[in-house]
Design a binder for this molecule. Structure first.
Ligand SMILES: NC(=O)c1ccc[n+]([C@@H]2O[C@H](COP(=O)([O-])OP(=O)(O)OC[C@H]3O[C@@H](n4cnc5c(N)ncnc54)[C@H](O)[C@@H]3O)[C@@H](O)[C@H]2O)c1
Length: 326
């Protein structure tokens, strides 16, 4: 099948592009390269169209040529959403509406999209079931809630095949550490490999349901191939719960060097624990066998090691670990 991936030059999108190509599918990508990289697609036989999901005519043209759409494009950062809520809303909520409208205009296409565990926000209930009350704590989370609601409403209102996944903390190769919004695993690994201090907000006992990007890609591919739909959003995670201290220990064991860890105050608004209930996902796509966390961590460390060169010029003060629930 031909899949249009919005945001396909980003971390998850580029991994998915490779996975789909490896499984015999054709891929077109719409990306404005605002946070993605052309180099993520090096060596991949996919069409990259430079443009925005805010361009309705371009979207319609591209959706018409595709059998299915995997909508990943987003302004993904919580801090950026606090700086400019309207920009986040425009890309994440209005942009998703544009994708759905394009699919409707061309007579209906399967659309799967990426929402986020951040929609659960201040609700402390664990594990997070899809039926739990959503309590977004940032404009980013609110925009994702709006986006997934649009996807689900297009299923109901227009009988269109749609699926909204709530991603948890995804990690793996191609997730860059070198900017201020770096997620926690690449930030830790980068600092560990450079021998620079690792900043941990709080005592490190906070935990996340980390999901390997290979597992995410397998799940998305199977959803696309089977055109899986759901009237409810679906957690894309498997109920694991790993603390930051455990992550640090595994990194230290693998690189066989002492880590310099500096603890700072917990950040206001950080969620202490995040863990998915994966039973809805298991009922929809039963065959997924998630990649073991430590195996994925080692793969990520080796990928980061291969990208770090002596002349890399990164401002290390930016590498404080962000452990947002994404
Ligand atoms: N990485 C995670 O842990 C995580 C967790 C929850 C949800 N998500 C969601 O998964 C999706 C992919 O995330 P990612 O980690 O790969 O982020 P990413 O920033 O690497 O990828 C997003 C891609 O979208 C592109 N993009 C942004 N605005 C665009 C626009 N207007 N038009 C076209 N392209 C645009 C960017 O250039 C980038 O390539 C996002 O929707 C994100 O919100 C990710």
């Amino acid at each position: 099948m031909r899949v249009l991936i919005t945001g396909g030059a980003g971390f998850i999108g580029a991994n998915l592009t490779r996975d789909l190509l490896d499984h015999g599918h054709a891929v077109s990508i719409l990306d404005d390269l605002s946070t993605g990289f052309r180099s993520n697609l090096d060596g991949l036989d996919a069409d990259l169209i430079l443009g925005s999901i805010l361009d309705q005519d371009l979207l319609t043209e591209l959706v018409e040529d595709a059998d299915s759409v995997m909508h990943l494009a987003a302004r993904s950062s919580v801090p950026r959403s606090l700086d400019d809520p309207m920009a986040t809303h425009t890309v994440n909520a209005t942009g998703t509406l544009n994708v759905l409208e394009a699919a409707r205009r061309v007579g209906g296409r399967y659309v799967a999209m990426s929402s986020s565990s951040s929609v659960y926000g201040a609700n402390p209930e664990l594990p997070k079931r899809e039926s739990a009350t959503t309590r977004p704590m940032s404009p980013y989370a609110a925009s994702k809630l709006a986006a997934e609601s649009y996807a689900i409403s297009y299923g109901t209102s227009f009988d269109m095949p749609t699926l909204a996944f709530r991603f948890f903390n995804v990690f793996g190769p191609l997730q860059a550490a070198g900017h201020v919004y770096a997620a926690v695993i690449p930030a830790f690994v980068d600092a560990a490999l450079r021998g620079t201090p690792i900043t941990v907000h709080g005592d490190g006992t906070q935990s996340r349901d980390f999901t390997n990007v290979r597992t995410v890609c397998t799940t998305l591919r199977q959803a696309l191939e089977q055109q899986v739909t759901s009237a409810d959003p679906v957690n894309l995670a498997f109920g694991s719960r790993i603390s930051l201290n455990e992550v640090l220990e595994m990194i230290g064991n693998h690189i066989e060097a002492p880590l310099v860890v500096e603890h700072t105050e917990s950040r206001v608004g950080d969620v202490k624990h995040s863990q998915a209930d994966g039973s809805l996902l298991a009922s929809l796509i039963p065959s997924i066998n998630p990649v073991d966390f430590e195996e994925g961590l080692v793969e990520t460390i080796e990928w980061m090691r291969s990208t770090i060169t002596s002349d890399t010029d990164i401002d290390l003060s930016d590498l404080a670990a962000h452990v947002v629930s994404e």
